[in-house]
Design a protein around this ligand. Sequence first.
Ligand SMILES: [Zn+2]
Ligand SMILES: [Zn+2]
Length: 268
Amino acid sequence: MLIDTHIHTKRCHHAEGDLEDYIIEAIKKGIKIIGFSEHAPLHFDLDKRLTQEESIKYLKDINRLKMKYKNKIKILAGFEIDYIEGYETQIKDFIDKTNADFYLGSIHFISLNEKIFTIWDYKEIQHNKILQHEYFRLMIKAIKTKLFNSISHPDLIFRAGFNEISFRKNFEQIFKELVKNNVCYEINCSGMFKTKYNPQTDTMDVGGFFNKKNLFKASKLDVQFTIGSDAHKIEDCGKGIKELTELVKLNKLKVVFFKNCKKQEIKI
Ligand SMILES: [Zn+2]
Ligand SMILES: [Zn+2]
């Protein structure tokens, strides 16, 4: 069964297509469960996310579409929230107010010496051990808040050009915290297709940063997974999900989704 629970729309101002475009595309591709995970409001980076008002409208529109397509596809409403240390109360307030089906927690921003770095500063990340350490420290803190159902693309740091063994120890600790706090690891299919920083040539190379070994290790430690394409374009809805589904079946990974923040196990 195909499931995609990480989708963005034009509502975040850096993606294409609206809710219904993705629903129609998902049905066309045989996807049975689609989950929207629009970027939640934040006190900065305002031009790449929803406002508080837009978030309410977004939920209202998804609810209407849930009804309209109820015989064709299961639709879930979620948010991708940037975890920022010290803003836990604001995040909790947002969650209480929106009451969506699921919440993904992301580490996209790392604050250091009064400067905010992003995970897209690949060169900085590659060369700065403190930033690398902060990435994992923040992720552990995010997991321990128990505010999120799943951590989106925990392997995103590999996009900065590291090899698989560089962070084995850090990830083992992440896996343990995920299990302990009952939080999932999101398998983000965009990692199969996105470029990866090459520190030797200082270029972004094709080939992706998707980390299979991480999945097997996590699974052995009883980590559960959510799945998403991280589509920002209609045609990317479900991209990579079929290949991933094969991998999931072969390796018996436990895949779940969340409805009203309650975990539902599914047979893939
Ligand atoms: Zn985005
Ligand atoms: Zn995303």
